[in-house]
Design a protein around this ligand. Structure first.
Ligand SMILES: [Ca+2]
Ligand SMILES: [Ca+2]
Length: 407
């Protein structure tokens, strides 16, 4: 099996709704990357959510069909977004292979020291297949004077197990688990002499003995990183030994570091602390309310009490004790399982000028809190205004609970 893919690889020329039930999520990297991390790709920045039409900035697209790579909101390893890769047996070849991958540029500096942190989710329906697939690989450069052959380093799933192919040697890491995230950190000194290093961690534990010595066969560049799904056994559609016809997997929390980086700098989920969580509300008020349903009852933690205000534009105001980085709201509507409500969320720094952060309709299917992240990402604010427009039954705004999310 390994021999088969090696041949195929050698041919590789160039080669919201957000109804998130969880209580917290991080909406965006809360802090700047450490100095040694030169690229974070966790799809939390809107500019990275380019798929399926285009690769994230700085990367190369290696999928043919629109299902090949896309952005999803579940599951996620960090924040609110992750990448989904889907490969079907009959997908056309791209770069001489059946693949859905995102690739680095193939001109990586010679003798580079690199850290690669990422997390992979093989979903629960990732069935056993006798033919394997590469889910991350480090490919030798494609220029003249590069050695041909299979990639010097690859992470595979094969017959129910994680395996590493390191320069032709298969290292069995044991069974894979499905339906959850598996964290990986690779540290490589790309060298052709005794100064090379390969270290691998899985879920925070060393996954294999540290290798010291050559890590690739040479050429004018260091190997470049590719990730997604590459299933060489599907290259020949008629003669595959595979017993499945589709592979779907999720990828998140990629950090690429240089020689200044550390394990801690690139490990997946490094900023998965709750940076988009409910914040304490200092005061609640309203543009209008009926005396038995005052605005304070929208923040008393009790879904059986409510604020009710009558009329188009009736508004609930939530004030924080200071300016915070806000990312969204949660709102529970009275009789929310019987009727939808159209409403707009605004934020303000000064309680004078309000700008729109989200606008839409509640589901009409739940009396529980419904989470809406701000349409254009987090923003600084101290005040939140929730303005009611209409529901199909009457002209009353009735909110049982509301929460402001932020960090
Ligand atoms: Ca993410
Ligand atoms: Ca309440």
């Amino acid at each position: 099996m390994t021999v088969i893919w090696k041949r195929a690889a050698a041919l590789t020329a160039a080669a919201l709704a957000l109804a998130l039930g969880g209580s917290t999520l991080s909406a965006q990297s809360a802090s700047a990357d450490p100095a040694g991390v030169f690229r974070t790709l966790n799809w939390e920045n809107a500019a990275d959510r380019t798929m399926p039409g285009a690769p994230p900035p700085g990367f190369i697209k290696q999928w043919e069909k629109s299902h090949g790579a896309s952005t999803v909101t579940s599951p996620v390893r960090d924040g609110a977004y992750a990448a989904k890769f889907e490969l079907n047996r009959m997908d056309p070849l791209i770069s001489n292979g059946t693949r859905a991958e995102i690739s680095q540029d193939n001109k990586q500096p010679v003798n580079a020291e690199r850290w690669y942190g990422f997390s992979i989710n093989l979903p629960a329906d990732w069935v056993y297949d006798p033919s394997s697939e590469i889910v991350s690989q480090w490919h030798q450069c494609d220029e003249r004077n590069c050695p041909s052959g299979s990639p010097p380093l690859a992470l595979l799933t094969d017959e129910g197990r994680w395996k590493i192919d390191f320069r032709g040697k298969i290292i069995d890491l044991g069974p894979y688990a499905t339906g959850r995230w598996t964290d990986w950190v690779f540290h490589v000194k790309w060298r052709t002499d005794e100064k090379g290093v390969l270290e691998v961690w899985r879920d925070g534990q060393e996954a294999m003995p540290r290798h010291i010595g050559a890590t690739h066969a040479g050429g004018p560049y260091s190997p470049y990183f590719k990730f997604g799904i590459y299933k060489w056994d599907w290259n020949n559609k008629d003669k595959t030994t595979s017993t499945t016809t589709q592979r779907v997997m999720y990828y998140d929390s990629l950090r690429l570091g240089d020689e200044r980086a550390t394990y801690e700098d690139v490990k997946p989920g490094a900023d998965s602390a709750p940076v988009c969580a409910a914040l304490p509300v200092a005061a609640a008020s309203a543009s209008t309310f009926e005396p038995i349903n005052p605005p304070a009852q929208a923040v008393d933690g009790n879904l059986s009490t409510r604020w009710s205000g009558q009329g188009f534009g009736a508004s609930l105001f939530l004030e924080l004790s200071s300016v915070r980085r806000l990312c969204g709201t949660r709102v529970a509507w009275h009789l929310g399982d019987q009727r939808w409500n159209d409403y707009t969320v605004y934020t303000s720094l000064d309680n004078v000028t309000y700008t729109k952060a989200w606008e839409g309709r509640s589901s009409g299917t739940t009396t529980g809190l419904e989470q809406k992240l701000f349409t254009n990402g987090p923003r600084d604010a101290k005040y939140v205004k929730i303005s009611f427009w209409k529901n199909p039954q009457n002209d009353w705004a009735s909110i049982t609970e509301a929460a402001v999310l932020g960090s």
